[in-house]
Design a protein around this ligand. Structure first.
Ligand code: ZN
Length: 296
């Protein structure tokens, strides 16, 4: 059986990791630089990010491949090395977490909008298929299709993973709060829509990541679990609301604040908890402490 599916069955909750972009920037990645290039040029630094999370107690670490589709890599002239960039990303995270740990192959949006005709479904499918094959070749255990806004794009990514690899897949979306106090993706999908559509499309897990801090994840998680209590759920919140300072984006939710909402997520039955932009190994340690206290 796949290691991710096996551990999901065995443990009540899995701890994932925190931010990658934030950590790479703290270690010198420039504002306009392509993070995935560092898999080729700064392997030791990319390794240190994954290792930092492994040492903080993460059961699963992501890969430095969020923008690793051919469509995204073209923006930094790396499109011809797509497979290699993704394979190496997975190899680095595998080395950091060891054979027991789970490597989540990160697959972010292409940045192109299907509805506007900026890309065809076939081009998108090919891009995700190539990325997923690279991640699997490097040793990923599960595809982490994340920060999605459009159900159609997520379905294409999921289909590409299912038809081109043997990896299970998580489909995670980003929600904003509307003036009416409801949660919607930028394309207008509610958490309930996402759960139904992704289950029907064959996702192994759904999720919510990024966004505006962990407090908003509680109502999102509730809606997702109420829609389908059987569907495993991942929550990876940003460390609060992003603020712009000069040319950098900062997040100031402390590990303690993040941790204080973990019991509510666990009460709802969330299966995987980690962090997104702005979170650090300290946030992961605090989430771990809260999970352990909850399970006592
Ligand atoms: Zn984020």
């Amino acid at each position: 059986m796949n290691k991710f599916i096996e551990q999901l069955k065995k443990k009540s909750v899995l701890l994932s990791d925190g931010a990658w972009g934030t950590m790479l920037q703290a270690k010198g990645l420039g504002a306009g630089e392509c993070p995935e290039r560092w898999n080729l040029t700064h392997r030791d630094i990319v390794f240190s990010v994954a290792k930092g999370y492994a040492e903080a107690g993460s059961d699963m670490v992501e890969t430095n491949s969020f923008g690793g589709s051919r469509i995204k890599l073209k923006e930094c002239g790396l499109d011809d090395r797509t497979f290699e960039v993704n394979r190496i990303a997975a190899e680095i995270s595998r080395e950091a977490i060891g054979d027991e740990g789970i490597v989540m192959g990160s697959m972010g949006p292409t940045g192109k909008i299907l509805m506007m005709g900026e890309v065809t479904p076939e081009e998108m499918y090919e891009a995700f298929a190539e990325q997923a094959r690279g991640l699997e070749a490097g040793g990923a255990d599960v595809a982490m299709i994340e920060t999605m806004m459009d159900i159609e794009e997520a379905k294409i990514a999921l289909k590409a993973v299912r038809e081109n690899t043997s990896l299970p897949a998580i489909c995670s979306f980003t929600f904003d709060r509307t003036g009416m106090g409801e949660y919607r993706t930028m394309m207008g999908h509610a958490p309930a829509d996402v759960v139904r559509a992704m289950k029907e499309a064959g996702a192994d897990m759904v999720g919510a990541n990024c966004g505006h801090g962990i407090e908003q994840m509680v109502p999102i998680a509730r809606e997702m679990k109420e829609t389908d209590p059987e569907m495993p759920l991942l929550i990876q919140a940003n460390a609060g609301e992003p603020h712009i300072h000069g040319d950098t984006t900062v997040f100031d939710e402390s590990p303690e604040v993040t941790g204080s909402f973990v019991p509510q997520l666990l009460d709802l039955g969330v299966e995987v908890i980690g962090g997104c932009c702005g979170t650090t190994p300290d946030h992961i340690r605090e989430i771990k402490r809260q999970i352990e206290a909850f399970n006592k």
